[in-house]
Design a protein around this ligand. Structure first.
Ligand SMILES: N[C@@H](CCC(=O)N[C@@H](CS)C(=O)NCC(=O)O)C(=O)O
Length: 189
């Protein structure tokens, strides 16, 4: 039966995390990439009206963290120890918080600048401090990669790319552990 991952035609964010996890888990899958128009037609028929959507053995699963946990637990890329697994869940949930809290939508350029600068020096700085202190080095648990590492890699990569105005990539100079984590994940892809 077909295994599919459906997302936008874009190599980033929640869809890319799941694609990378599928590859690292060694799962063959159909990489379905929808246009905006195709998505508008499909949206009402989907579990939570959002992508990514993972289909496997005739079943459908939405929510990126649920997909990542399922893949990780099935293929040894999520910790077995319940406490460590919960710590990884916390990292993954914090990445979703980051995406949801990042200001910008619907703001004027001036308001966006003010809101993003406050976000960078406030919430994002606290997040960077917290997450980098949880990295045992170079990855969350040392040398072994887990799905939480993939999620962390994808969000930090996008923040380092400079695509988010007023979130300077140089912010990450304060977190060598996060930069080393980027390099360590990139080597395994
Ligand atoms: N909590 C969800 C959020 C999903 C989400 O917002 N997906 C975006 C793309 S990254 C989406 O489908 N946007 C189009 C829409 O909501 O119509 C998850 O982690 O999967």
């Amino acid at each position: 039966m077909t295994t599919k991952l459906t997302y936008f035609d874009f190599d980033g964010s929640r869809g890319q995390e799941c694609r990378i996890a599928l590859r690292l888990c060694g799962v063959a899958f159909e990489d379905v990439r929808l246009s905006r128009e195709q998505w508008a037609a499909a949206k009402p028929t989907t579990p939570y009206g959002a992508m990514p959507i993972f289909e496997h053995e005739g079943r459908k699963l939405a929510q990126s963290n649920a997909i990542l946990r399922y893949l990780g637990a099935s293929h040894g890329l999520h910790p077995q120890d319940p406490w460590t697994a919960a710590e990884h869940d916390a990292v993954m949930d914090s990445v979703e918080d980051l995406r949801n809290k990042l200001p910008g939508q619907g703001l004027s350029d001036e308001a966006k600048k003010t809101a993003r600068e406050a976000f960078a020096s406030g919430w994002l700085t606290q997040w960077g401090n917290t997450v980098s202190s949880r990295i045992r080095g170079p990855l969350l648990e040392g040398e072994a990669i887990h799905v939480a590492d993939i999620k962390l890699y994808v969000i930090v990569r996008s923040l380092l790319s400079g695509t988010f105005d007023h979130i300077p990539p140089s912010l990450f100079d304060a977190w060598p552990a996060l930069l080393a984590h980027q390099a360590a994940v990139a080597k395994r892809l």
